[in-house]
Design a binder for this molecule. Structure first.
Ligand SMILES: Cc1cc2nc3c(=O)[nH]c(=O)nc-3n(C[C@H](O)[C@H](O)[C@H](O)COP(=O)(O)O)c2cc1C
Length: 341
């Protein structure tokens, strides 16, 4: 393997985690541990991302990446979205807030991609789709490595044809949003991380990073054994010292009252894996409408955090959440690598 993934001292990527968990502290800790950390640009303004990049660069000379959400299109399920707005209104009233405005937006894509080309982080990673070839070319000219999250071989083919340098193979076990290019459960085969890694390995010589359910040292060894060049773990770092996840979220991960995880559209309109809580159970039929539903539910989720109620909050978690440890991120990197290969 050539390039940045092959050069890592520890074959671990600390996943980008939008919504607060990813912090400059976590990225610096990853770099200092010989791993690769990512700033999560999702939901932030370009100015906020720029400030975080400056913060990381002031504190480490190690490599790091920035992750972006590739925008989709406004929902085709307008009637279902309106019905969901009506469904949530009483719950918002109980929490003492109004539902949010279910608008579509592109998460400030143009400003953020301009910024990436300008700031040239070591790696730019993309999820929910592939970057246009012109953007990839612009990033390459600046020396930035391009990584694209894929969930099946067809998406990998598209990513490769866009010029991707690294594939992040995200299996169905992964915490938070599924990175599929089209958020359609009817066409999603739901491949597991190891099956996907093996399938990509047969198809391409590009570096493959395995993501989803990497929770124990043995999972790292198994992923590398299946042909991955590194792993990308998110949930395993949620409880780390440097994680910015809320206390509510960190506590829920060790609360035996939760019986497991599931995929849901209830919080954001895009399928994402989290601990099964009451909000998820009460809204099993939320339509495909991202990020409209993200904006719709935001005031409810904020109020629930404020009220200390984990049952009204998205508690993103991968299937291996029960193994998530506390302590410095560097120690978690070390531990994950302790099984050898
Ligand atoms: C709280 C949380 C937030 C996440 N946010 C992002 C994100 O902003 N961008 C992204 O590409 N992946 C995001 N992911 C997914 C990770 O990149 C990765 O695929 C996933 O964490 C791997 O599965 P694991 O959680 O079982 O380790 C997030 C995961 C979690 C747990």
């Amino acid at each position: 393997v050539t390039g940045i993934v092959g050069a890592l001292e520890r074959p671990v990527v600390v996943a980008p985690m939008a919504g607060g968990a990813s912090t400059p502290d976590l990225v610096v800790a990853a770099a200092d541990a010989g791993a690769l950390g990512f700033l999560a640009a999702g939901y932030k303004t370009a100015a906020q991302v720029e400030a975080q990049v400056a913060d990381v660069r002031a504190r480490t000379s190690g490599p790091f990446g920035v992750n972006l959400f590739v925008p989709g299109a406004p929902t085709r399920f307008r009637d279902e979205l309106s019905a969901y707005v009506r469904e949530l209104a009483p719950e918002a009233a109980v929490r003492g807030v109004d539902v949010g405005d279910p608008v579509w937006d592109d998460d400030d894509w143009a400003a953020k991609t301009d910024l990436l080309v300008d700031l040239c982080p070591d790696v730019a990673s993309f999820t929910f789709g592939r970057p246009q070839p012109t953007l990839v070319t612009a990033l390459h000219r600046r020396g930035t490595v391009v990584m694209v999250t894929v969930t099946d071989v067809a998406e990998a083919e598209q990513a490769i044809s866009s010029g991707a340098d690294v594939l992040c193979a995200q299996g169905i076990q992964a915490g938070a949003h599924r990175g599929s290019f089209s958020d359609d459960d009817r066409t999603d085969a739901g491949m597991t991380t190891l099956d996907l890694v093996a399938a990509l390995r047969r198809r391409t010589g590009l570096p493959v990073v395995a993501a989803g359910g990497i929770a124990l040292p043995g999972d790292v060894a198994a992923a590398l054994g299946a042909g991955a060049d590194a792993v990308q773990a998110g949930t395993a770092f949620l409880r780390s010292d440097e994680s910015g996840a809320s206390e509510l979220h960190k506590q829920a991960l060790v609360d035996s009252g939760y019986t497991g995880t599931a995929l849901t559209r209830a919080f954001t309109g895009r399928r994402a894996r989290g601990l099964v809580n009451r909000f998820m159970e009460h809204h099993p039929d939320a339509p495909r409408a991202y990020p409209e539903i993200h904006h719709l539910t935001r005031p409810l989720r904020s109020a629930a955090v404020h009220q200390g109620d984990p049952h009204g909050v998205n508690l993103w978690a991968g299937t291996g959440y029960r193994h998530a440890r506390t302590g410095p991120a560097a120690a978690i990197v070390e531990w994950l690598c302790s099984a050898g290969t």
